[in-house]
Design a protein around this ligand. Sequence first.
Ligand code: SAH
Ligand code: SF4
Ligand code: F3S
Length: 472
Amino acid sequence: MRENKILTAEEMAEQEVYVARMRSANQAFAAQSGASRRAFVLTFGCQQNEADSEKIAGLCEAMGYEITYAPEDADLIMVNTCAIREHAEQKALSIVGQYKHLKAKKPTLVIGVCGCMVTQEHRKDEIKHRYPYVDLVFGTSSLHRFPRLLCEKLERGKRLFCPEESEYLVAEGLPIRRESSYRAWVSIMYGCNNFCSYCIVPYVRGRERSRAPEAIIREVEELVARGYRDITLLGQNVNSYGKDLTERFDFADLLAALDRIDGDHRIRFMTSHPKDASRKLIDVMASSRHIAHQFHLPMQSGSDAILCAMNRHYDTARYLEIVDYLRERIPDITITSDIIVGFPGETEADFQSTLDMLARVRFDMLYSFIYSPRKGTPAAEMEQVDPAVKSERFSRLLAVQNEIAVERNQPLIGKTLRVLCDGVSKNNPALYSGRTEGNKIAFFEGTPEDTGRYIEMIPERVDAFALYGTKK
Ligand code: SAH
Ligand code: SF4
Ligand code: F3S
């Protein structure tokens, strides 16, 4: 057994041989043809997957590929998949299906599929048999082996399906190609031990393992020194951070250490599990300089019976205790949550309890999902709720929450808010958009120089999803 679940420098150095081999092959190609080989990385799923994709892209660059955003120009396509709901898997499979035509046009194209979906054996088999033009498949335990796997695939010419590792470990030092020059993801831990009865994550991401505090602190220091303004710490349950480390150092300690780094930046984190969101953590936030006044605390259901069936290990009373303490210590805190509707056995009374909790807590924003059975999880074997009932409840939930969200945003009208500008809005190209400290979306008339900087704006109008105003 390893002391901490971290790959050694020697184990990591093995990959460098393959990175170098790929780089010289790609350089030779570029010298001969006058153009670099190009790689396209497509990401599905959560921020953890986005962070992984930045490593895949970083490795591609190290191997001599130029990153492209146009799949039709690519010599290598990597699809980083998600398995959280059936819809996420179907979307990924459908995109992979579309790449068949690209391969027909360019037979040298290499198509790889990685991430949570293909960490499941049945999906790996499906790709093997139904998508014969996919060249390379590996799951989340093998991400750090990507250079070796790609190199082997290219040198041997055969399709390669990598079995999962017996133990999921932390790989330090992989190159990261960050998508943004002012917002960054920092994974602080990987995996999950909670086995909520509906959730596939523990099966596709392995057991919890924490990065060493020094490695995280160094990464955040470097980001701040390079001008990053908004840093989100990632983990499936950040409140478990440090439990697997040999030294005693928990998530609140980590936040306190990171808060000591000087700079003009905010630190966020996700996700917190209510069963171990501590008072100590909230106290650290309340007295911090850089930790954003935002808390994402997935409730999942407002019914104690359903929470128990979900294996969540808290009840609504405990949930409310955390919310009340958060608001007591940090009155301007933005609280957001995740809700699943139509979990097996959910009755109308259970659902009503969820609506009651919405009215009591008054979330700023909610990510709501219709329950999707996941093969291999306990809830998939339970008695299912009728699909029509699920979608009817889902619409009712959205209607209740939309009203609450507008009411939560209303008091911000006329206030001066500090917003990190993200540039011209994709959905609303006449306006610029950005994020407030509470991570609310704000729209305003901006200038190109605002992008990546903090601006001050005053909201004049709000809806359930955003604030609209003018720059001060
Ligand atoms: N680790 C985080 C969440 C990870 S998944 C946490 O524990 O909160 C993000 C959200 O997807 C979950 O909070 C849950 O609301 C939703 N989700 C997970 N499995 C689901 C399923 N089988 N069907 C529908 N929604 C699901
Ligand atoms: Fe899934 Fe629960 Fe782990 Fe979150 S805490 S990733 S919902 S098993
Ligand atoms: Fe999806 Fe994997 Fe994230 S299943 S939600 S990409 S951890």
